[in-house]
Design a protein around this ligand. Structure first.
Ligand SMILES: NC(=O)c1ccc[n+]([C@@H]2O[C@H](COP(=O)([O-])OP(=O)(O)OC[C@H]3O[C@@H](n4cnc5c(N)ncnc54)[C@H](O)[C@@H]3O)[C@@H](O)[C@H]2O)c1
Ligand SMILES: O=C(O)C(=O)C[C@@H](O)[C@H](O)[C@H](O)COP(=O)(O)O
Ligand SMILES: [Zn+2]
Length: 360
């Protein structure tokens, strides 16, 4: 499995996700002929990588400026977005100019949102550098920032012009960030592609090595799951909700823990919660719940949340985007690769599922 893999995402403006190594030479092709100015947005941790990207763009004839943003969720704020709008304004970026995001999901979400809103929409190309951003955040066009009330509450659907998943970037990524990305990969396994689960189960240790061939196969499989779904339902009219598996509780945990939890870690507990909820609602076999614990546990991902903050979590879940009026809605499974929705579950079921994830 060498060379570059091209995965196309359908839609009004189709685009490609490239997976391979040494892909930066593809950036001008993705930006297209009309772009003159490029804003390279990057976190502090990737200053050197972003500078190399900027220099390549200048050598290719672009006027390229770099803007550094905070690491982690501190990047996804209205203040940081306003800082980037300021840079675009001061550099007189027009509608034919572009933004390039070099970083993890926080940076692709932020830069994508800034691109969606600058002059009501300019081109963005994503260069994801975390596993999570490669398989999930950079693909599909969901962009956004957080507010004091919750995760991703302000945003826009703004698909990129292209995505470059250069697997070499994973070699500097801390293992806990790699494993957090694996939570979203495993999510794709539970909702659509059971082969992903089998690959992790076959050798959970190999999955921790970013250079292992299995990691590339997992990236490609997860990107295909996402590309397939968002190609049919960009704006989450229905099917796309399945990509939110585990996220109803996960986003609430992230909020009440003031973003001290990695997103992927919260999604791991969120999926165990969703599996327990489906089981107590009589929809899912206990063996599949156990499989959640064994696959996610084999990757060292958290299976429990002991914060003792149920009322705050319930309030935060009320602001989830799947909620309709007073009706909480959860993505649950009837079986592996058979996702469905559970609407307005009895509060006793929620408490039972929460109790099950609050203990060992
Ligand atoms: N838009 C979507 O569809 C979507 C999907 C999934 C997640 N998300 C969002 O993505 C975010 C999480 O993204 P993440 O897990 O990538 O976290 P992140 O962006 O915070 O990156 C994790 C850390 O790794 C550092 N880093 C990034 N690349 C590195 C590299 N190659 N080497 C060393 N350090 C590196 C970052 O600076 C940061 O400190 C959350 O905000 C989540 O809501 C969005
Ligand atoms: O792409 C999607 O759709 C997802 O739900 C993917 C999630 O992994 C991702 O975390 C997304 O940002 C969550 O979106 P939100 O609509 O719940 O904010
Ligand atoms: Zn997610």
């Amino acid at each position: 499995m060498s060379g570059t893999t091209r995965i196309s995402v359908a839609g009004e403006q189709p685009y490609d996700v490239l997976v391979g190594r040494g892909l930066l030479g593809e950036l001008p092709g993705m930006l297209g002929d009309r772009v003159r100015k490029v804003l390279v947005v990057h976190p502090r941790a990737l200053r050197a990588t972003a500078e190399a990207v900027r220099e390549d763009l200048v050598a290719a004839g672009y006027e390229a400026v770099a803007a550094e943003v905070p690491d982690d969720e501190d990047a996804k704020t209205a203040q940081v977005a306003a800082f980037l709008w300021g840079v675009l304004g001061q550099s007189s970026f027009t509608r034919s100019d572009a933004v390039v995001a070099v970083g993890g999901g926080t940076v692709t979400d932020l830069a994508g949102f800034v691109a969606a809103t600058w002059l009501r929409g300019v081109k963005v190309v994503h260069v994801p550098t975390t596993l999570l951003a490669m398989v999930d955040a950079a693909v599909g066009g969901k962009t956004g920032i957080n507010t004091a009330e919750g995760k991703n509450l302000v945003g826009a659907f703004h698909p990129p012009a292209g995505v470059l998943c250069d697997l070499a970037a994973l070699e500097t990524l801390p293992t806990n960030d790699l494993l957090a990305g694996m939570a979203e990969v495993v999510k794709c396994g539970f909702i659509k592609d059971e082969r992903i689960l089998e690959l992790v189960e076959a050798d959970p240790q190999a999955v921790r090595d970013p250079a292992a061939p299995v990691v590339r196969e997992l990236v490609e499989r997860a990107v295909r799951v996402k590309a397939d779904v968002v190609g049919r339902d960009l704006k989450e009219a229905g099917e796309r909700e399945v990509l939110n598996y585990g996220h109803t509780l996960a986003h609430a945990v992230e909020l009440v823990e003031r973003f001290a939890w990695r997103h992927g870690a919260a999604v791991s507990v969120g999926m165990v919660f969703a599996a327990e909820l489906a089981a107590v609602a009589g929809r899912l076999d206990g063996a599949v719940v156990d499989r959640h614990r064994s696959v996610l546990g084999s990757l060292g991902l958290p299976l429990t949340y002991r914060g003792d903050r149920w009322p705050q979590l319930l309030e935060a879940m009320g602001r989830d985007k799947k909620t309709r009026g007073d009706l909480l809605r959860f993505v649950v499974l009837d079986d592996v690769a058979r996702p469905t929705r559970l609407e307005g579950p009895d509060p006793s079921l929620l408490v039972a599922a929460y109790t099950a994830v609050s203990r060992d």
